[in-house]
Write a protein that binds this ligand. Structure first.
Ligand code: ZN
Length: 412
């Protein structure tokens, strides 16, 4: 498979050599100039390849198109999307190591960092016997999340341009910033993008196909106490820290991230700050099921109400903010993109792995902006840290999957 895409690995290595970390503390869009520069270069590359209507949108996204070469106008317009930023871990001076023909047993030494990848700690390595693996040198992340996705999509697009005999409908490509800080797709312009449905190519091992995510909200609990000298506090002091602890104690212990899996949702306390006068709790709320999700938010309001009643005063205030919703709510009514991806993988002897994501994807937001967008594997393992790696075989499989989806979509 790799022989079909001789430039895929080098393209990926070119991308990861450039630091594109997003910046959570920034107020600009995109959040870092590193991303802006990278996207500007990417736009040039898309033009060089021969894609059409390459343009940079006001939210930083670079869009490109390839016109249909079939007469049938009923063929859906399909989009492929990935993000260029990397996660909150050193992304400067990435020096990838290439391990050829991995034997499935040895430890891979990560440069001179003292860290190593070994199959005891990382059993995922056992899947890659005989593969060429790309790892870090132990001092940075790799950035396969999601530059593997970027390289795979662009390689597939270049392949189609170089092989005009391959029939395809109209195609759309989108590359964006700030996925890792959760805001990159907030204003994704689905009308300008112009696809009937799309895929993010941004995930783990071969076969991953994701069309359900969490629904997500953040909750901030502000607590007002009444501080007096502790020596004369009897029947007077209302300690905000104590209220915060009482508040948290009313949430079921079993429904924390560390005790849940699969389709079980949770409340996750992210921060607690305070003194006897004021305190604050910050939570994230997650559930796949929308009614359970709404109920989880209501429970926070109810606990606050109960405490306020107890004090006879408004001392506890809950601020809720929805972050994204389970794309499955939309996709279940139009499973075309999921069915097509499943069919493509099976045709390539790749076993589809379909599981609800315990998180969100750019597709969670884009789907609710009107463009159904499930997620396809890009190949990364151990993402967001120094142990990240990717198999070049799986990167080629992801490219195959993109091309197979495109081919199947124009067949009757
Ligand atoms: Zn990603």
């Amino acid at each position: 498979m790799n022989e079909n895409y001789p430039e895929l690995t080098q393209r990926f290595l070119n991308y990861v050599a450039i630091d594109t970390q997003s910046d959570e503390t920034s107020t600009t869009v995109p959040s870092s100039t590193k991303e802006v520069d990278f996207l500007a270069n990417l736009a040039k590359e898309l033009e060089q390849i021969g894609l059409e209507n390459v343009r940079t949108m006001s939210d930083g996204y670079v869009f490109a198109e390839l016109a249909s070469n079939v007469a049938d106008e009923s063929v859906p317009v399909i989009g492929f999307i990935s993000h260029v930023d990397t996660a909150d871990f050193n992304g400067e001076n990435i020096k990838p190591q290439i391990v050829k023909n991995y034997d499935g047993e040895s430890s891979i030494t990560l440069g001179a960092s003292g860290y190593e990848l070994n199959p005891t700690a990382f059993p995922s390595l056992l899947k890659y016997v005989g593969h060429t693996l790309i790892t870090t040198d132990g001092t940075t992340l790799l950035g396969a999340d999601d530059k593997a996705g970027v390289a795979e999509i662009i390689t597939a697009a270049a392949y189609l341009v170089a092989h005009p005999e391959i029939k395809h409908g109209a195609l759309r490509f989108g590359f964006g910033p700030d996925e890792e800080i959760g805001i990159g797709a907030d204003n994704f312009d689905t009308a300008a993008f112009g696809a009937d449905f799309a895929y993010t190519v941004d995930g783990g091992p071969a076969g991953e196909l994701e069309w359900e995510t969490f629904s997500a909200a953040s909750a901030t609990i502000d607590i007002q106490g009444r501080n007096v000298h502790p020596g004369t506090a009897k029947d007077t002091m209302i300690n905000a820290i104590q209220i915060a602890m009482d508040f948290h104690a009313q949430l079921p212990e079993a429904q924390r991230p560390e005790h849940t899996s699969g389709r079980e949702g949770f409340w996750h306390v992210m921060a607690i700050t305070g003194n006897p006068e004021t305190a604050q709790l910050r939570y994230i709320v997650r559930d796949h099921d929308r009614s359970k999700f709404e109920n989880r938010k209501q429970i926070l309001l109810d606990i606050a109400e109960k405490l306020n009643k107890h004090f006879g005063q408004r001392r506890v205030n809950v601020t809720l903010k929805d972050q994204y919703y389970n794309m499955g709510e939309v996709l279940k009514d139009d499973m075309r993109p999921v069915a097509l991806a499943e069919k493509a993988m099976k045709a390539l002897d790749i076993t589809p792995i379909i599981e609800p994501v315990r998180g969100g994807t750019d597709g969670s937001k884009i789907t609710f902006l009107g463009l159904p967008t499930p997620n396809l594997f890009a190949g990364g393992e151990n993402m967001h840290g120094r142990f990240e790696y990717v198999s070049t075989t799986v990167m080629a499989q992801a490219t195959d999957t993109i091309l197979k989806i495109i081919a199947l979509a124009q067949e009757k």
